[in-house]
Design a protein around this ligand. Structure first.
Ligand code: ASP
Length: 324
């Protein structure tokens, strides 16, 4: 080959594969950091997604739980990780409530992270130990108003979805319970089933099974319509709380300076994961919706993140949860 031909061939290879540095990406395992404890809903979604993405990438994705401070410890870890595509974050709606809840975050959510794509969306359910007296949401509200802070409510810390749900619920019913913070809803569920605490609010991803098996009692689901997995469970609106409606969306993130071609490759793997039959079947059992192809793009998640940060600030302030 002439010298000119060799240079042209090299340029062609570089153009088709992106940067020379990441041409072989991924050539060793990737770490997916989960902000909550093993056995909870985020962990479940992470492990299913990671397995399906690993198949597509031809490399293992190792799931690591880095718990604490409502997910902000894991977020900081990924925001300051090497931007090489080998450390990524899975996080939920809490990434968009943390800027309002924490006086000072050790990272800038919009500047220090790059979005890869949305993964899933699931409603929440208000649940209680199986022997708590109330049977309906209305009875539960009256019971909480009577017992107040004598009742314990387990959540996964300030910034967790269970915190958000508890804050919105208490604000909607104008009553307060005693919060017991855990490192995730895995351990909350264990203690609720064991009757060590009275109440919680958790994603359907984690609650459909225990509700069906009557290990815990459920009062409402925060979706607009009832879910087919628990057809007898009323919506918040049916129970008299029309504003208590929201979903918990999960997304994937990388450090902000991660190269374009690496993010593109991770996104391709995510797109494959959200249509993987194992993932969609398990998600369906847990009343969890896989993101659409459009939501699962970097732009789709970025738009969601920005609009959710703007949306939750004023709502949390109105609920008396704003750190100012
Ligand atoms: N999603 C968290 C978990 O997996 C808990 C939460 O956000 O409430 O434990």
């Amino acid at each position: 080959m002439t010298k000119f031909g060799a240079v042209a061939a090299t340029l062609a290879v570089l153009a088709s594969s992106g940067s020379a540095l990441s041409a072989n990406y991924p050539d060793h395992p990737i770490y997916m950091i989960v902000p909550f404890a093993a056995g909870g809903p985020t962990d479940t979604i992470a492990r299913l997604t990671a397995d399906a993405m690993s198949k597509n990438l031809g490399q293992q994705i190792v799931v690591e739980n880095a718990t604490g401070a409502g997910g902000t410890i894991a977020t900081r870890r990924v925001a300051s990780a090497d931007p090489d595509g080998y450390t990524i974050l899975i996080h939920h709606v809490g990434i968009s409530t943390a800027p309002a809840l924490y006086r000072k975050l050790p990272y800038d959510t919009l500047k220090d992270l790059r979005t890869i794509g949305m993964v899933s969306d699931a409603p929440m359910t208000v649940i209680a130990r199986s022997d708590l007296e109330p049977k309906t949401l209305q009875e539960l509200i009256a019971f909480i108003k009577e017992k107040g802070t004598d009742l314990t409510f387990g959540n996964a810390g300030l910034g967790a979805a269970s915190h958000l749900c508890g804050a919105l619920f208490q604000s909607a019913i104008q009553a307060k319970v005693t919060t017991v913070p855990y490192k995730g809803n895995g351990p909350v569920m264990t203690d609720l089933i064991g009757k060590q605490i009275d109440l919680s609010c958790d994603q359907s991803t984690n609650t459909v099974g225990p509700i069906k098996q009557k290990q815990v009692k459920a009062f409402n689901v925060t979706s607009k319509a009832r879910i087919e997995q628990l057809p007898d469970l009323p919506t918040s609106a049916e129970g008299g709380l029309p504003t208590f409606e929201f979903g918990v969306w999960h997304g994937l993130y990388a450090p902000s300076t991660t190269p374009d071609d690496v993010v593109k490759r991770l996104n391709e793997a995510l797109q494959a994961a959200i249509v993987d039959p194992t993932v969609t079947a398990r998600f369906k059992d847990m009343a969890t919706r896989a993101a659409t192809a459009e939501e699962a793009t970097p732009e789709g998640l970025r738009a969601k993140l920005e609009s959710e940060i703007n949306r939750w600030g004023p709502i949390l302030k109105a609920a008396g949860e704003f750190a100012d």
